[in-house]
Design a protein around this ligand. Sequence first.
Ligand code: SF4
Length: 354
Amino acid sequence: MIKRRKTRPVYVGNVKIGDDAPIIVQSMTDTKTHDIEKTLNQIKRLYDAGCEIVRVAAPTEKDAYALSDIVKNSPIPVIADIHFSPRIAFMALESGIKGIRLNPGNINDKGKIKEILQECKKKNIAVRLGVNSGSLEERLLEKYGYPTGEALAESALYWSEFFESVGFTNFKVSIKGSDVLQNIEANRIFAEKTDIPLHIGITEAGPAGKGSVKSAVGLGILLYMGIGDTVRVSLTADPVEEVKVAYQILQSLGLRRRGIEIISCPTCGRIEVNLPEIVKKVEEKLEGENLPIKVAIMGCVVNAIGEAREADIGLACGNRSAILFKHGQPVKRVSEDEMVDQLLYEIQKMKEEN
Ligand code: SF4
């Protein structure tokens, strides 16, 4: 069992982060924010995949102007991502956004940051205080030589204290580096010293395949240590993939469950059906289904009986046929041609019973 770190709650609109809330899944659109229609379409796809908070970039005034329409029509709370420009931050705060992401390191004007925080407090807008290895303050680079985990944690603690010193507490912290070990170390040091919720992720993790592995290793270790109140998997890919991978990571650790979990064997020389094809078809057909069940598709009887017993429903394949199991009990024998349809039919029945 994973024992989660005790954190204080932060609210992004109606979404609670930290305390006893589940670990929240976030993503970020990759459309031009001023293209309102495209951005909203992508937000809708992210929402359908299970995204609970969405961040949109606001690099220009044109993007900041688009925010209010996006916020009004988004099914989930919107966070504006602001870098460098306090002016755009103030514009965004007028749009109805529920959260704003700031990296104090790249605004670096305490007076302006204080004004932004006061406005956020007035409007009940949460802040994500971001510290990134790429925008670490000069003084810390001089002290540590390069962005070490300790340096990143020190920066996050410094700015957290500043936020609190001006009476602002509705914030979470993200400390991100693309190096997995540096990231883990920074979050660990920070987590030991505060109860501020942490947004965790491996930044610039890479393309879908490699990035998912890197994210799974980094996030998996942190989550196992009980660290992390909200996650974003950063991939150079369709952001919907980020949400799917985030749920897979959380699901692997028993921290969240979304959709149908498919267990399938890697296949070996004992195989007598086209298992990869069967699994692919089942996966495609069940895409987007949010039934909390486990489906086992096993190549032969070696592990099938045990897995089928653990799963809600399953196929134990043999010579061009399979035994279909439901709740650990054999239901019927099906031929290879009808396996997928029969399995889907039984899952549909379970859905109706549910
Ligand atoms: Fe091989 Fe059977 Fe194990 Fe699949 S379940 S990997 S076919 S032994």
